[in-house]
Design a protein around this ligand. Structure first.
Ligand code: SF4
Length: 124
């Protein structure tokens, strides 16, 4: 056993998860800036691709939270690679829904605004 009781390894395992959370938070921040009138050309181009993709779904907050609750342990274990988990349910656009990618489980508007994020299907 090492001198740190595996603590360093454990902490290194957290880094990709923190990066993913940071990317999505950054996406939300840029989304807020866009609403304030600043343009992100790359986000528009990505969003257009997502809009025509079969992997987009529109979920109410309660529907997304229900999926998270069902998969919570796996979500925590695979935060950096959520595309490995079962797809989100496909639902049509309705009132009070947000767009998500059924593969990576990200909020599309936040994802397209984060420069570090990549489409899990390599479409952008
Ligand atoms: S991120 Fe990729 S796979 Fe997901 S909806 Fe957008 S284009 Fe489709």
């Amino acid at each position: 056993m090492g001198c740190c009781n595996g603590k360093i390894k454990q902490e290194l395992g957290i880094i990709p998860k923190v990066r993913k959370i940071k990317n999505i938070a950054e996406g939300f921040a840029k989304l807020a800036v866009r609403r304030a009138g600043i343009d992100f050309k790359y986000a528009k181009e990505r969003f257009a691709i997502c809009e025509s993709c079969d992997n987009i779904t529109c979920l109410k907050e309660s529907e997304f939270l229900a999926w998270l609750a069902e998969n919570k342990i796996e979500v925590l274990k695979n935060l950096e690679s959520l595309e490995k988990l079962s797809d989100l349910p496909i639902k049509p656009h309705r009132a009070l829904t947000r767009r998500y990618c059924i593969k990576c489980k990200c909020n599309i508007m936040a994802k397209v605004h984060s420069k570090e994020e990549r489409c899990p299907e390599k479409k952008w």
